[in-house]
Design a protein around this ligand. Structure first.
Ligand SMILES: [Zn+2]
Length: 428
């Protein structure tokens, strides 16, 4: 018996091209364009020492000819020594290099490696792990890479992240830090009813039975290592809330312009108040938040306080939404869960400022982003946080709103065996 069936026409079953083609967004148009790239790591690696110094001088002072003496602050055409690659001040007579009195003072890293590291750092969308930097550039040790990017973050924290915002300002808080894995291991640490079935059962309880249930849940959360905050909120001990304040650009499809951030222990009115006082010109601004109770009181100080109830809609009437803030939180989440993996709460503020910088410079090619970050790192003076880090001198506080909190130096003790129990963590 012969089979003479017609061959099936494959074409018929292919989806139409147009149905799988997504329309390009503003972001994708930028990233696919020529404007999204400017220079490469290779370009930087090929630079001579003199070219590096000229580049850094232009980033630091805006000029290679007229530079500022870091000893006496005199701007002048100081005496340049091509042999030493340093200047001698016309005023005080002291010598200085392009990294004198900056976070990179006393560096041992060649300038080419420093610039290459910066370029790679700026090329990441949500961050760049120090471990990867070390592997890509064969930096001496992990600490070299870690302190380098940490100093860059310090530049952003003390240089970029300053000044008031005004206009339509969105504010929101998002959970950050505190390992989720421990919550999953049968230890509920967030005291809240999320499950609809549970909520229904909860609604049928008498009020005394409900409060008894709440007390028990709370006790279980505390027993699992949770910390009680204002209004009885229980969070894991390492949990923090990362707040954002974002000023909308006002132009359709252009998102937010300026971002300010802060870290608090819980989403409470005093944290919101402290942040608004620090970063917003209230009388000329409009606040847009979700219906969270933390924003009610501070909202009264604005011209207008728009709120959106997220259980009903994402955008309220008259443009009440926090979608730009949510955008920030999404990038911060990727940064924490996909890149840095385990951010120590003590340094969380440094990392959220980095995310704020990346958000605000998202439409710049990596070279210009790197130069912007470098400009701050070269203009805030010496490092306050990372000098002598490798010799055990660590920042002994956590940057928090409304007030900083003392924090013990972390990590394994010097000269001890790095077994889990010695790291202050329970063995798995
Ligand atoms: Zn001088």
């Amino acid at each position: 018996m012969s089979t003479t069936t017609k061959p099936v026409e494959a074409k018929k079953f292919l989806p139409k091209r147009s149905s799988i083609h997504r329309p390009s967004s503003d972001a994708s148009r930028f990233h696919m364009s020529k404007d999204a790239v400017d220079r490469s790591v290779e370009d930087v690696a090929r630079m001579t020492d003199l070219q590096c110094v000229k580049h850094l001088a232009n980033v630091r002072w805006g000029s290679f000819k007229v530079v500022g003496c870091p000893h006496c602050n005199a701007f002048d055409e100081h005496y340049w020594s091509a042999k030493e690659l340093r200047w001698k001040c016309r005023g005080c007579g002291k010598r200085f290099s392009v990294t004198s009195n900056t976070v990179f003072a006393y560096r041992r890293l060649p300038l080419q490696k420093l610039l290459a590291a910066l370029h790679l750092w700026a090329s990441g969308a949500a961050g760049q792990p120090a471990l990867e930097l070390r592997r890509m550039l064969n930096l001496g040790g992990y600490n070299t890479a870690f302190t380098l990017v940490s100093k860059l973050r310090e530049g952003l924290l003390r240089g970029f992240h300053t000044g008031l915002v005004s206009g339509v300002v969105e504010m929101d808080g998002a959970h950050a830090s505190g390992r989720r894995a421990s919550e999953k291991r049968g230890r509920p640490q967030v005291f809240r009813v999320n499950d609809p079935d549970e909520a229904q059962k909860d609604a049928l309880l008498t009020s005394s039975a409900r409060s008894k249930k709440r007390r028990e849940e709370k006790a279980a959360a505390i027993a699992a290592g949770g910390v009680v905050h204002e209004h009885g909120v229980v969070h894991p001990a390492a949990r923090r809330i990362a707040f954002t304040l974002r000023r909308r650009s006002g132009a359709k499809g252009k998102g937010a312009l300026v971002t300010r951030v802060g870290v608090g222990l819980a989403e409470t009115p005093d944290v919101a108040q402290a942040l608004v006082d620090a970063y917003v010109a209230k009388p000329e601004s409009i606040l847009s938040t979700d219906a969270g109770t933390a924003f009610t009181k501070v909202g009264k100080e604005f011209q207008l306080h728009m709120t959106v109830n997220h259980s009903e809609t994402l955008v309220g009437p008259n443009g009440a939404h926090v979608n730009n803030s949510e955008g920030f939180s999404a990038r911060q989440d990727r940064s924490e869960k996909g890149i840095y993996l385990n951010i120590e709460p003590k340094y969380l503020m440094d990392y959220v400022v980095e995310t704020a910088f990346r958000e605000d410079h998202r439409r710049l090619p990596p070279g210009r982003q790197a130069d912007r970050a470098l400009h701050f790192a070269l203009n805030i003076g010496r490092s306050h946080y990372w000098t002598n880090f490798t010799h055990g001198k660590h920042r002994d506080y956590e940057i928090l709103r409304p007030a900083n909190k003392p924090a013990a130096p972390s990590g394994p003790k010097k000269g001890k065996s790095p077994v889990a129990a010695e790291n202050g963590r329970p063995p798995r």
